[in-house]
Design a protein around this ligand. Structure first.
Ligand code: ATP
Ligand code: MG
Length: 733
């Protein structure tokens, strides 16, 4: 029974989903077996192309020069770089490669070797391919003659194309490969490029040291100016803020302590002056002439006056007692005493005045000192702040001075380097003239061609398989239809030299052929199905014309008849009637007549003496419009009923399903349908469309058979069955 293919399960399979199809190992080998000729063709073509290429390609020679890179990079400013120079980063290596490939370097080589005049470069002897490309591009480009610069540029481009520079593993060695048509030139150019690099490296080093020296010079000049300026700034600042350095610290501090000492002294002096003054004041109130007044004043004048006074007083006392106080001498004495007393008083006053003035002076000195101290203290505050600023300036000046000294030192060494620029890069292997061509590489090209051809072949093969919509294996049929594939019928035309009439009786002539055996297998399948239900009427049907219905029907019927079963074969294809033409070309009546008059059936049936097969032909004068009605008629049902009584097998050759309706019309009268699919021809789409078009047909479908399989390809497809698989068949009578 027909099942939609989605529900069909053909057991467990290994494989991956590939564009909807399962790409299993079996499928791959199937594809290879079927498609190996196309793969072989692809490989052949690709190898042929490779051989043509090898024969025509211009041989190229590669020369190799090796340069040891300069591991000590020109670093004037960084003296410690020597320690770390042991490790070169890849960036540096890549830069060196770029330098070698640079336009300027190559241009210098092009000019030195006059490569613009070389026919290999100026295009006067171009290869076939470049000639074609040149012609093609000249259509689009302007025709003005190229300038010298343009020519040089083009040659530089070509040299760069042929040059391959690379680092040798993780070493500091650069390998420089140059490819040329001539081995001599390859070596010459490789060496020229290597030398240009070395000279360039030296020059670069010189230039960089020179630039660095210039810069250093300028910078040290600036630095010296800066250092001087900052020194000057320190001095100016000191002067402005009155900061003078002494051995005992700064000037202002020294002053303050001095002033303080003076102030203390001044205060003492003032107190002393005050004490003296007070004493004078106290004394001036007393009568100094009195002896009781102790002489605290150590004044010589007063002491003398007092002594005189005291003498006179003693004399006066004597005289006044002796002569009376009124005595002239006594009065004189008294006057003298009075005068002395006045003198003393005057003297005292004078001293007092002097003392007072002393005191005033001391006081004013003290006040002035105090004021000075105060000022100085205030000033010291300012000086403190200024000092911070000063330190700043001083340290800046120090820095500049150190920097300047440092730069001077470096400038010295840089100037030395400039006069002896030493490059560490050197040529460690000069390019020698290559004695073997480097390209085209024969073996590599052949292997490449082989692999490429194989890939292409596989691609094409699988594409063909994926794109092809046809069926070639029983598995595919079962996947597609969901019914059993009853067998694969090989193409029998190749094994018979005779015409079409031999094909319709092939089983008779070749009873042990694979063809016959496959048909026997169909019979077995029908017999097995007969165990559960009655199967007598067997329709042979296909989707499209010329798929082999008639051939299969004729051979099948003969095969069954030969086994001794009562069998009738009916030509049910009222359109072509090819079966009748094959088996009973002279028949005058047949199916149509039998339908009109069932009683006359025996008259129309022809029996084969050889096989014992009864054949009911179809004879119509002209093509019928209503053939579907005729074959699906009640009369047909009646006829079959009669036949069922007489025969064990009733085989009907039917018309194709897609173009005409006959098969669908008769399908309800048929017990089992055998579907013929032309191997490698019938498309899946046609099959799907025709089968899904009739439900009755689907129900009646017993199995399908693949017809006209190419025997050679069949052998490939069935290689997995072993080489003895076909040994039971006898294809040639
Ligand atoms: N197994 C086969 N080996 C070789 N040739 C075959 C085979 N089957 C069919 N043919 C050939 O294919 C052609 C068509 O076959 P046939 O007439 O049997 O097909 P058909 O389906 O009956 O066609 P139609 O739809 O016209 O009736 C014939 O020439 C026949 O000889
Ligand atoms: Mg036919």
């Amino acid at each position: 029974m027909y099942q939609p293919r989605e529900h069909f399960q053909s057991g467990h399979r290994f494989g991956i989903e590939f564009g909807g199809a399962v790409l299993s190992f079996e499928r791959v080998t199937d594809v290879l077996r079927r498609q190996w000729p196309i793969i072989a063709v692809c490989v052949g073509v690709s190898l042929a192309l490779v051989i043509v290429y090898l024969a025509t390609a211009q041989p190229m020679y590669t020369a190799n020069a090796r340069i040891m890179m300069d591991t000590r990079q020109a670093q004037v400013l960084d003296k410690d770089s020597n320690a770390s120079s042991a490790l070169i980063d890849t960036g540096y290596v890549d830069s060196q490669v770029e330098i070698i490939n640079s336009d300027d370097l190559i241009l210098s080589v092009v000019r030195r070797l006059k490569l613009t005049e070389d026919p290999e470069f100026n295009g006067s002897s171009p290869g076939l391919l470049s000639l074609i490309i040149g012609k093609a591009t000249s259509i689009f480009s302007s025709r003005e003659p190229a300038s010298q610069e343009r020519i040089e540029h083009a040659v530089v481009g070509q040299v760069q194309k042929n040059l391959r520079t690379e680092r040798v593993l993780a070493t500091y060695v650069l390998s420089l490969n140059y490819r040329s048509r001539s081995p001599d030139k390859a070596a010459k150019i490789a060496n020229a490029i290597a030398n240009a690099y070395l000279v360039g490296a030296l020059e670069a080093k010189y230039q960089s040291t020179k630039r660095a020296t210039e810069w250093l010079q300028q910078r040290s000049l600036e630095l010296s100016e800066q250092a001087t300026a900052s020194d000057r700034a320190v001095q100016t600042f000191k002067a402005e803020h009155n900061i003078v350095g002494t051995s005992r610290g700064l000037m202002s501090e020294q002053q303050l302590s001095d002033l303080n000492t003076q102030l203390v002294q001044a205060r003492a002096a003032t107190a002393e002056a005050k004490a003296r003054l007070d004493r004078i004041d106290a004394i001036s109130d007393q009568d100094l002439a009195q002896p009781t007044v102790t002489d605290a004043l150590n004044n010589a004048v007063i002491t003398r006056l007092r002594a005189q006074y005291l003498d006179l007083q003693a004399q006066y006392a004597d005289w006044s007692k002796r002569y009376g106080k009124t005595h002239l001498a006594a009065v004189n004495l008294a006057n003298k005493m009075e005068e002395l007393r006045k003198n003393i008083a005057d003297e005292l006053r004078r001293i007092g005045d002097a003392y007072r003035s002393d005191y005033e002076i001391a006081k004013s000195r003290e006040a002035s000192l105090e004021k000075n101290v105060k000022e100085l203290v205030a000033q010291a505050g300012h000086t403190g702040q200024a000092e911070v600023k000063l330190r700043d300036l001083e340290s800046a000046a120090d820095t500049y001075r150190n920097l300047y000294n440092n730069f001077l030192e470096k400038l010295q060494s840089a100037t030395q380097n400039q006069s002896f620029p030493l490059s560490e890069a050197r040529l460690i292997s000069t390019a020698a003239k290559p004695d073997r061509k480097s390209s085209p590489r024969t073996v590599l090209a052949l292997v490449g061609g082989l692999v490429g051809g194989l890939c292409l072949g596989f691609g094409v093969a699988f594409a063909r398989e994926l794109l092809s919509d046809v069926l070639r294996t029983p598995g595919e049929v079962e996947d597609e239809l969901g019914v059993k594939c009853l067998g694969v019928l090989p193409d029998i035309r190749s094994s018979t030299k005779a015409g079409p009439s031999d094909l319709s009786r092939y089983v008779v002539d070749h009873p042990f052929s694979r063809f016959a055996e496959t048909l026997r297998n169909i019979k077995v399948s029908i017999d097995v199905a007969r165990l559960t239900r009655e199967i007598k009427v067997i329709g042979i049907v296909s989707s499209l014309p010329k798929e082999g219905k008639t051939t299969v029907a004729a051979n099948f019927a003969q095969l069954v008849a030969l086994t001794g079963h009562r069998t009738v074969l009916i030509d049910g294809d009222l359109h072509t009637r090819s079966l009748t033409r094959e088996l009973a070309p002279n028949a005058k009546s047949g199916l149509v007549e039998a339908l009109n008059d069932p009683a006359s059936l025996g008259y129309h049936v022809q029996r084969s003496k050889e096989t014992g097969l009864d054949f009911l032909p179809s004879v119509v004068a002209s093509r019928m419009v209503n053939s579907a009605d005729v074959i699906g008629s009640k009369a047909m049902a009646e006829l079959l009923k009669v036949l069922r009584d007489h025969y064990e097998y009733i085989v009907i050759d039917l018309a194709p399903v897609m173009p005409v309706a006959d098969s669908k019309a008769v399908s309800f009268l048929i017990d089992a349908m055998v579907y013929v699919i032309e191997w490698g021809q019938t498309t899946r789409s046609a099959l799907q469309e025709s089968v899904s078009g009739s439900e009755v047909l689907q129900k009646k479908l017993l199995g399908a058979v693949l017809n006209r399989a190419n025997p050679k390809m069949l052998k490939r497809i069935e290689a997995y069955k072993g080489k003895h698989h076909n040994s039971y068949y006898v294809e040639h009578a």
